[in-house]
Design a protein around this ligand. Structure first.
Ligand code: 4AD
Ligand code: MG
Length: 498
């Protein structure tokens, strides 16, 4: 079988493609079909005098998303999507599709989410899923090449890993189980068996927050390394992210273009060192006069940009009356883009006072909110690593800083461009008695953690690890506004179907 992505290997040959009609238009004795076969898009031209009467009738019956088998000759065509065109000799319809709900016009998000099972066929969604796939491939490649063993943690668990406030509970015969929040504790056991491991699986959090960064079911990659300290952990995290981005930039040029992703900052991420700052320095940054000045400047810049965009819009609107058809289409697109940008600016202008308020009044000991993370990364093009958080706001298993007991040897990686925390990790507490104390401090029952405590009884070693959220990474690399478009069937508060 020939796929559209391989058409270059079949130039001037006759091939048969199987797929769906993505779009079509006709002029007198011609049909221009945009065929989608999962691997790409290809324009297929049906000429009335080039096909049998049967094939012509088939073409006349077509509707969006009808399934077809098309035979024709592959010819190079610069203007065509993908660079090749099919001159059709035979067209067979497998099924004429009913009225397809997702038409080329704009649809609201709720409607698209209700039709997620169909929305997946649209080009942008297609591209995002391809990037997700490339990220997954790069993740496995990175760890496999470095001798890590991929091991699976259970989904049903008897104990909490990341606090007890956001657990999904479920019946487990006569018992009660929780859906896993993280594979980490099991990862630690695996690392004591294999040295270097990573888990890659679904994780669940009953988080009642409807933000663009939260899913209730998301995929996490969790490397765990025996004999690694915090610095080695941070080095691995940085090299890992650089590798994944480089790999996606190399393999997904077309997809990123479909997504209209500006890749200049991603390219810098590959080559530049990620800044590392302590939590305490981050708090000072948020509370600083420079931060206040930067936000005031941001307000001025946004207002100026809005003014210029409005002027441009007035100008091109005047031009539109006399413009040629192609130019009109161009102008309409630009007007739409300007409208979207102005909406964004207005939202920013509404938000900045709150961001400013929250940053300037930030108290040491609080956890960063979404806007604090955005502000902290604003002056950088690459992600930043924030380390040594107040132990109070972090999980029980984290090792304390020997130089300051108030601090946990934790690290978060914050992505630039407002994407926030993508990685959370730490060095782990390796001492049995200390770990027992921590369990008590966190009101966690010792019995269900007995197996975990065992790891500190039989050859305990320093060790570290971290977790990368796959969907937030996809959102960042694709430049998507919301994690709902980063996973085939998102699960969020208020969304369990389709
Ligand atoms: O920071 P978190 O909670 O860390 C852990 O679970 C550790 N046990 C990981 C480890 O050390 N092995 O979560 C890790 C990452 C976050 O940085 C974020 O990218 C993602 O998981 N994440 C979410 N992604 C989507 N929706 C949610 N509700 C998420 N919660 C966390
Ligand atoms: Mg975290």
């Amino acid at each position: 079988m020939v796929y559209i992505r391989n058409l270059a290997d079949h130039e001037d040959q006759e091939v048969t493609l199987k797929g769906w009609i993505y779009n079509f238009r006709s002029s007198k004795n011609l049909y221009f079909l945009e065929l989608r076969d999962g691997s790409g898009l290809c324009q297929c031209v049906v000429a009335k005098d080039g096909v049998s009467e049967e094939s012509w009738e088939a073409a006349e019956s077509l509707r969006q998303e009808s399934s077809v088998v098309i035979t024709g000759t592959v010819v190079e065509d610069e203007r065509s999507v993908g660079g090749y065109e099919l001159q059709v000799s035979k067209l067979e319809v497998l099924q004429v599709a009913e009225d397809y709900p997702i038409t080329p016009k704009e649809h609201g998000v709720d409607f698209l989410m209700e039709n997620r099972h169909l929305w997946l066929r649209s080009q942008r969604q297609w591209a995002a899923m391809r990037v997700r796939n490339a990220i997954i491939y790069a993740i496995h490649t990175f760890y496999q090449e470095r001798g890590f063993v991929q091991m699976d943690a259970p989904i049903f668990t008897g104990n909490a890993a990341e606090g007890t406030t956001n657990l999904f509970e479920t019946e487990y015969f006569d018992d009660q189980a929780y859906l896993t929040q993280s594979g980490q504790l099991y990862g630690e056991a695996m690392a004591m068996a294999h040295g270097l491991i990573y888990t890659f699986g679904p994780t669940f959090r009953a988080e009642k927050s409807k933000t663009r960064r939260h899913l209730t079911e998301f995929w996490m990659i969790e490397p765990e390394m025996a004999f690694y300290d915090l610095v080695m952990n941070m080095n691995l995290a940085e090299n890992f992210i650089k590798f994944v981005i480089k790999s996606v930039l190399d393999r997904c040029e077309k997809e990123l273009e479909i997504l209209e992703r500006d890749t200049t900052k991603l390219e810098k991420t590959v080559s530049e060192e990620f800044p590392r700052i302590s939590y305490t320095e981050a708090v000072e940054t948020l509370r600083s006069d420079e931060m206040a000045a930067m936000l005031d400047q941001m307000v001025d810049d946004r207002k100026q940009e809005k003014k210029e965009l409005r002027e441009e819009r007035e100008e091109i609107k005047k031009e539109r009356g006399q413009a040629k058809k192609w130019r009109k289409a161009q102008i309409d697109q630009r007007i739409k883009d300007i409208g979207a940008r102005i909406d964004q600016i207005e939202e920013d202008l509404r938000n900045i006072p709150d961001w400013r308020e929250s940053a300037l009044n930030f108290e040491w000991g609080e956890d960063f909110g979404g806007s604090d993370e955005t502000l902290l990364t604003m002056q950088y093009d690459t992600p930043i690593l924030v380390h040594r958080f107040p132990a109070e706001i972090k999980a029980f298993y984290m090792k304390r800083d020997p130089e300051d007991e108030k601090l946990a040897l934790a690290v978060d990686m914050l992505a630039p461009e407002g994407y926030g925390e993508i990685i959370g990790g730490s060095e782990r507490e390796a001492d049995l008695e200390t770990l027992k104390e921590r369990l008590h401090e966190h009101d966690l029952p010792e019995d269900v953690f007995q197996w975990y405590l065992d790891l500190r009884q039989y050859g305990s070693v320093p060790h570290s690890g971290f977790g990368l959220g796959l969907e937030r990474t996809v959102a960042w690399l694709c430049g998507l506004d919301h994690v709902r478009e980063t996973i085939p069937f998102p699960r969020m508060m208020g969304r369990l179907t389709p």
